[in-house]
Design a binder for this molecule. Sequence first.
Ligand SMILES: [Zn+2]
Length: 422
Amino acid sequence: MGYKMNTKRGPADLKLLQEMNRAQVLETIRAYGPIARVDIARKTQLSPTTVATLVNDLIAEGWVRSAGEGESRGGRKPTLLEFNAKAGYIIAVDVTDTLLTVARTDLNARELEEERSVPHRFTGHALAELIGETVGTIIDSMKARKLNIAGIGISTPGLVDADTGIVRYSLKLNWMDLPLGSMLKKRFDLTVYVENDTNAAALGEKWFGAGRPFENMVYVTVGSGVGAGLILGGRIFRGITGSAGELGHMSIDKGGERCECGNIGCLENLVAWPAIWARVTKAMKRGVPTVITELVDNIDQVTPEILNKAAWASDQLAVNALTEAGVSLGIGLANLVNLLNPEAIILGGELIGKDSFILQHVQKTMATHGLRVPGAAVRLLPHQLGEKARLYGVAGIVLHNLLATRFWSSGLDTSAEPVFPQ
Ligand SMILES: [Zn+2]
């Protein structure tokens, strides 16, 4: 659908209209290429002349290139066009409390290239410095090969102000009001986007993983904590202070334990791995018989994989622990589904895999605790990208903003011009 001009509007709108049409042509080539000009016109409902002009500009600027000839439909064979994914590269950064990962990807952001993982024990400014150094190393190697760098995307735990690139608060990393985005922008003179880790993973699964068919989906991570990334109408829903999606602190047990957030009965204390681990190992210390003692030398070796294996082998302690956690998670998710009526819930985190014992109990409890109609419509799916989801997510953010900044001038920050393409 081409954007038709509203005749009551002035020249500024005409420029916007042209830019929107350009963006649409580029998106069509990116999504459907290799594609002939005539098919671009058909899909966008723009005139063949408009398409021809826009395509010539895009080729001249390096965004689009020829991809050989297509089948003739009576006349001359048409030239096919494709998005030039190698015209620029994205740097994707994933920060966790123990590992820093930096990857380079092309403009399709579908595959991660040249990935480096640096284990660390740093927090505070030392960690910010390590991020700068590690990103600097990869930038140096890209510059040596004369590669265009489109921008940097960073995933980090904590409360993130995505508009300003400031990490407001991260207990794990000991960051308070850290201007991570502007620090790196100043150092490398590149556009930088910072996103909360759960939101980044949600966008990764939405654009490149299990969430691709859905515009309304919730990504729920169950691991060292419990969190949710809400994608509503194709966009992240952040709430007024950027903290929307704190599913782990949904209170579901009025007589429960006190949580580190100060409240009582939070979901996180029932289903996050540290809580499950503490319950299981406490029982082991009390001498409760379990096959787990044969699988590990000491309690520090009890992992989600070991517990899952023991549960499938009908070990009572493991079965009870994962059933209880599954029921609690199912209650939390039933509430979420009642509230948001999403198309899908994608489950991620170290407790979730395709053969996770916990899943059956989550599903069963959602059916008995949630409303029937939204419950029947929602799809509960395991993640597809695992730990890589955050890297894909931030690479996708750079890509989407790059196209938006370049072509959609309204309502977006255009002050930071991406270095692309020359
Ligand atoms: Zn809490």
